[in-house]
Write a protein that binds this ligand. Structure first.
Ligand code: MOS
Length: 749
């Protein structure tokens, strides 16, 4: 038995993005860039109050302008679906989804209250300023911290399957904490954050013959958009097609249908004309956001560092109409073998729009608090923070009493610490001063889930011997096009230049929203399965050939490499894919299939990605400015399909971690109940000047439980441990324990 030559093996190689050239040359089109004939432009009018009723909405001045086509409001909108269920999307939390232009009620500041449609964008924008609105205002509540007494358990729903509530307590936290010789407790307050992808939220609806709609939408799931549109407007499925070939950043902002989708479809149907609606940057602050949270953590340890008491509660804000939830507090019980654990999670409904998943939703929130708390416990015990993690290491998820399907976190600690030089750290805060700069080293652990969802894919070996593979998934900037091309190419032994992968189109086989770090595992498994089906058909064709060298060969006996099907036992016995497809009567070989998670295999394991993060900060003693001079993240994320796109994912997460720890904050003016810094000038986020030396390590991790490919997903793990590691480094530098994020300089002066 000799192994076949792996000439075309592309998995594991740092190949460039297959869509890279299209992106940098502008050939890649985004939702607002598709030009369709006779396009009209819609501009949204936003509510100026946070709560109350519209008492007057006068559009006469706008409508008097030549070229203004219509003004849609709650008073003249078309009849729409009645029941909440029709407005529920794949990421809808329990509650009643927001319905644009539903009635005169204002639920939050910035709520869309009218759509002005005109012949040009400029005219629509001008006309929108002429809409006269009067309100009957009511008192609003937007302050989480002054409304903590309203905290209650969130309603449960389908979403709770993916976002389970905290498990029941284990052991006796109160007793263990009271008796623990070393303890800490702290309150952690995080500001709300808004998704700020480069691409504005936009939808272009092309109105076609017979009222058919082709919709170019900024979404992380075309399937999600088409379900929403067909249900809300009661349009047959066959009359709608949603496309989203590229996305200028997702981060969770496209996990739910954005309200401009509703607006553009409504206007197009009413006017029987193509319509584009793009939100302004300011209006993007009137959609989802990462909720503000208040958390409490209390930890207790024995003198040898064994953590025997863990308490973590969190309260997050939600809207008055939906209970947005995320997994904030469950991680500690999974990560640490602590015997006495008590966890709690609640929400406070406020007069804001529903919060929405944002990169590592809940995970980065909870782990930021918990891993800062761990650092504090390390100082309370008098133990190196890394030593404390190792002392409390486990291969078992004690919250479910299940082993991890794989967990190379220890190796992350080892390799990360070595690369960073952690061993030369001095324990004492303020002990690493350099001139007028305080140097600090901090570390933290990251954890995220490794999920797989059901999805379908099609693979077509065309008559020219090239492979076309497709699934209605999204590439939210992560590299989906590239890694799917690699998986398809390797499965059938083709060079990646012979493979074309298509996505973001509801005409393609169904796929879930692209989020939760599950796309590589989910679509990858479907792509592999579809290509294997093509391979099986090719084997059948091979067997039918006269004097076939594959007579009697079974699927397990063959392999594909260098554009050939080969016998594993003798790779020189081979037929080219071109020869094989030629046997198909002049037709392409086409197979569509689905991939389901193997629940039987998975149910006995907890499946997670892990990371170890090491950070150096430099704090200016006089100015209080913090600079992250160096950071190393070591990731255990299963099989790495493409080290280049994988590294980019982790780098992006690390950058956002710096941003979250030091800069990002959506500031509410509670007097108006409005997010005030709603522009890229005032919503601070990390830019090039904030980013210095970032280093990514992927430790080897084999896992055949998660899925046949052994991939775990990398979209979110990069951010999870960063903020805590930075906060811990700031403490080490300054002796100041800042528990409220972001750590702006006023908190250090
Ligand atoms: Mo991610 S927040 O699941 O797009």
């Amino acid at each position: 038995m000799s192994t076949p030559p792996a000439i075309n093996q592309s998995i594991g190689k740092p190949i460039n993005r297959v869509d890279g050239v299209d992106k940098v040359t502008g050939k890649a089109k985004y939702a607002a860039e598709f030009n369709v004939p006779d396009l009209a432009y819609g501009v949204v009018v936003s509510s100026a109050i946070a709560k109350g009723k519209i008492s007057l909405l006068d559009a006469s001045d706008a409508l008097a302008l030549d070229g203004v086509l219509a003004v849609f409001t709650h008073e003249n909108r078309p009849k729409l679906a009645w029941f909440d269920i029709s407005y529920k999307d794949q990421d809808a939390p329990p509650g009643s989804p927001f319905r644009p232009l539903h009635n005169a009620t204002i639920n939050y500041s910035g709520q869309p209250i009218a759509l002005v449609v005109a012949e040009t964008f400029e005219l629509a924008r001008y006309a929108a300023t002429l809409i006269r609105v009067e309100y009957k205002e009511e008192a609003h509540e937007t302050n989480l911290e002054t409304n903590l007494h309203q905290a209650r358990k969130p309603k449960s729903g389908i979403a709770s399957l993916l976002k389970p509530p905290p498990p029941k307590p284990r052991g006796d936290f109160e007793k263990a904490y009271a008796e623990a010789p070393a303890t800490m407790n702290g309150r952690y307050i995080h500001a709300a954050e808004h998704h700020n992808p480069m691409e504005l939220f936009a939808t272009t609806v092309s109105y076609e013959k017979g009222g058919k709609l082709t919709i170019y939408d900024k979404t992380q799931g075309v399937t999600n958009s088409i379900l929403y549109v067909t249900q809300v407007f009661n349009i047959p499925f066959k009359d709608v097609r949603v496309l989203s070939p590229y996305m200028g950043g997702g981060f969770g902002a496209g996990l739910r249908p954005q309200y401009q989708l509703f607006m553009a479809v409504m206007a197009a149907r009413e006017l029987k004309r193509s319509v584009r609606v793009s939100l302004t940057r300011q209006q993007m602050f009137t959609f989802g956001h990462r909720p503000a949270t208040v958390q409490n953590v209390a930890l207790g340890a024995l003198p040898d560092g064994t953590m025997n008491a863990l308490y973590h509660d969190a309260v997050g804000e939600t809207s008055q109409f939906e209970d947005y939830t995320e997994v904030v507090v469950n991680w500690g019980g999974m990560l640490y073998p602590t015997e006495n654990v008590k966890l709690d999670y609640k929400v406070v409904p406020l007069d804001v729009y529903s919060p929405l998943d944002m990169r590592a939703p809940g995970g980065v929130t909870g782990m930021s608090a918990l891993e800062e708390a761990m650092d504090e416990l390390a100082y309370s015990v008098g133990m190196d923070p890394l030593e404390l993690r190792l002392k409390n290491y486990t291969d078992i998820d004690h919250s479910q009493k299940l082993p991890y399907s794989s967990k190379e976190l220890k190796e992350c600690f080892r390799q990360g610490a070595e690369r960073f030089g952690w061993s030369s750290r001095t324990m004492e805060p303020c002990s690493m001063k350099k001139d007028h700069n305080l140097i600090g080293w901090g570390m933290a652990t990251g954890i995220w889930e490794a999920n797989q969802m059901p999805a379908r894919a099609e693979a077509v070996l065309m008559v020219n011997g090239k492979l076309r593979v497709s699934s209605a998934t999204a590439d939210i900037g992560t590299g989906t096009y590239t890694i799917m091309t690699q998986i398809a190419a390797d499965t059938l032994g083709l060079p990646i230049s012979d493979v074309l992968f298509k996505l973001g189109d509801t005409d393609l086989p169904i796929a879930p929203i692209s989020g939760g770090s599950w796309t590589a595992a989910t679509i990858g498994s479907a792509v592999q399965a579809a290509c294997q089906e093509v391979g099986k058909t090719l084997l059948k064709l091979a067997k039918k050939m006269p004097d076939s060298p594959f007579k009697g060969a079974k699927w397990d006996d063959i392999t594909f490499s260098d554009k050939h099907m080969r016998l594993k036992s003798d790779p020189s016995v081979a037929l080219s894919l071109q020869t094989l497809v030629d046997q198909n009567g002049g037709k392409a070989v086409r197979e569509t299939t689905g991939a389901l998670p193997n629940m039987l295999k998975q149910k006995n394991y907890t499946r997670s990605t892990h990371s170890a993060v090491f950070v150096e900060v430099m704090v200016d003693e006089e100015l209080g400015t913090v600079k992250v001079t160096r950071a190393v993240t070591a990731v255990a994320g299963g099989r790495i399909l493409n080290p280049k796109t994988a590294r980019s994912q982790i780098l992006g997460g690390m950058v956002w971690g710096i941003s979250k720890a030091l800069e990002e904050e959506s500031v509410l003016d509670h007097k108006f109940g409005r997010f005030m810094n709603h522009s890229l000038a005032e919503y601070h986020m990390a830019v090039n000047a904030d980013i210095h030396d970032l280093d990514v390590i992927f430790v080897e991790e084999h896992d055949d439980i998660v899925n046949p490919l052994g991939v775990k997903g990398l979209g979110e793990i990069g951010i999870v441990g960063m903020p805590a590691a930075i906060a811990n480094a700031v403490f080490h530098a300054t002796g100041r324990r800042v528990r409220d994020l972001p750590i702006t300089l006023d908190k250090l002066l």
